[in-house]
Design a binder for this molecule. Structure first.
Ligand code: ATP
Ligand code: MG
Length: 314
């Protein structure tokens, strides 16, 4: 049976309960919530009952333990997560502004999650997996990128498949070496999952259709474009499938793309047809935005089915 691997940052997120401009005054907060894009992704895969693992690093503290407990509970193999003595687990403080934009205070690059040394044990976990999911964020941290690239090479050389969510803010693209790493990942990607304009990251094409055609031509087998409240689209040699977003009340959009990705990859690996995979991923993204906290909205198969049943009957 397929086993899904991801590599990258494991964090806690702490959320301001009032809207406003950042953290320059004392204010009410809620958290810690388990977080980190790769961690949210793999938690969603685990909740769908697929064998899966994450390689990463947490501190020897409650924030790390909170994440390990949650991931383990949801079925994720965390035997490759290193607990770093004397270091702190990464964190992100987030406050929404009235206009929906977000202000962050990050402790990531210099926290336990900012590095991931090679170990024989980590290599053994890689060898036990048949699918690797790359989050672009893991490639933007120099101490993590080498491990993510190692996992890509190991899983592909073992005959496995690769999915890739660039998940990059344009500002990070100037990170030294990042562009080359992204190109190397794309060249080996089977399933590419950009959000909106990220479809143009690897092409000079002027329209979405041209960009999609070029990437399929270059050997990517499946492309899924995430469009937030406008739903999502899938493209392959057989054509195009669109799905509208499910109407829900958006409480906290953070993590929607990661839940969507975890669900799509799980159904895709099971051989589901594009419409089935897209519909379930769309439901996972919709459920994610209705919960406060980035990993609180990951879904079981029963929860996805229940939401889809209500939308089908109108
Ligand atoms: P992030 O990186 O912030 O987690 P993303 O940009 O990768 O997000 P989005 O496109 O925002 O991903 O969301 C992923 C999917 O989740 C969408 O394609 C859609 O299916 C679903 N989704 C997102 N926002 C909403 C919403 N407001 N209502 C319903 N579904 C949504
Ligand atoms: Mg994203």
């Amino acid at each position: 049976m397929a086993k899904v691997l991801t590599v990258g940052e494991i964090l806690v997120e702490i959320v301001a309960t009032t809207k406003g401009d950042g953290f320059r005054e004392a204010q009410p907060l809620i958290g810690p919530f388990p977080s980190g894009a790769p961690a949210i992704f793999i938690d969603q895969v685990g909740k769908l009952g697929k064998p899966c693992a994450i390689l990463g690093r947490v501190g020897d503290d409650d924030f790390g333990q909170l994440n390990l407990d949650r991931l383990r509970r949801d079925g994720v193999d965390v035997s490759g997560v290193e607990v770093a003595p004397g270091e702190s687990t990464g964190s992100a403080f987030v406050r929404y502004r009235e206009d929906g934009s977000r202000v962050f205070v990050f402790n990531i690059a210099n926290a336990a999650c900012g590095t991931l040394p090679a170990t024989p044990h980590g290599r053994a976990v890689m060898d036990g997996c048949t699918h690797m999911h790359v989050m672009g964020t893991a490639l933007s941290a120099p101490g993590l990128a080498a491990r993510a690239m190692e996992a890509v090479e190991v899983v592909k050389q073992n005959g496995g498949t690769l999915s890739f969510d660039p998940n990059l803010r344009p500002e990070i693209l100037n990170t030294p070496g990042l562009r080359e790493a992204l190109d190397r990942v794309l060249a080996q990607t089977d399933l590419f999952m950009p959000s909106g304009d990220e479809i143009f990251l690897f092409t000079e094409a002027q329209t979405e259709a041209e960009a999609v055609a070029e990437l399929l031509e270059r050997g990517v087998r499946d492309i899924v474009i995430k469009r937030g409240a406008d739903g999502a689209s899938h493209f392959d040699a057989g054509g195009r499938t669109d799905v509208a977003a499910i109407a829900v009340e958006e409480l906290d959009p953070t993590g929607a793309g990661d839940c969507f990705g975890g669900a799509f990859v799980s159904f895709w690996l099971d051989g589901a047809d594009p419409a089935t995979a897209l519909t379930h991923a769309n439901a996972a993204g919709a459920r994610a935005v209705t919960r406060l906290g980035p990993m609180e909205g990951t879904s079981t198969r029963a929860e996805l089915a229940a939401l889809l049943a209500t939308t089908e009957t109108g």
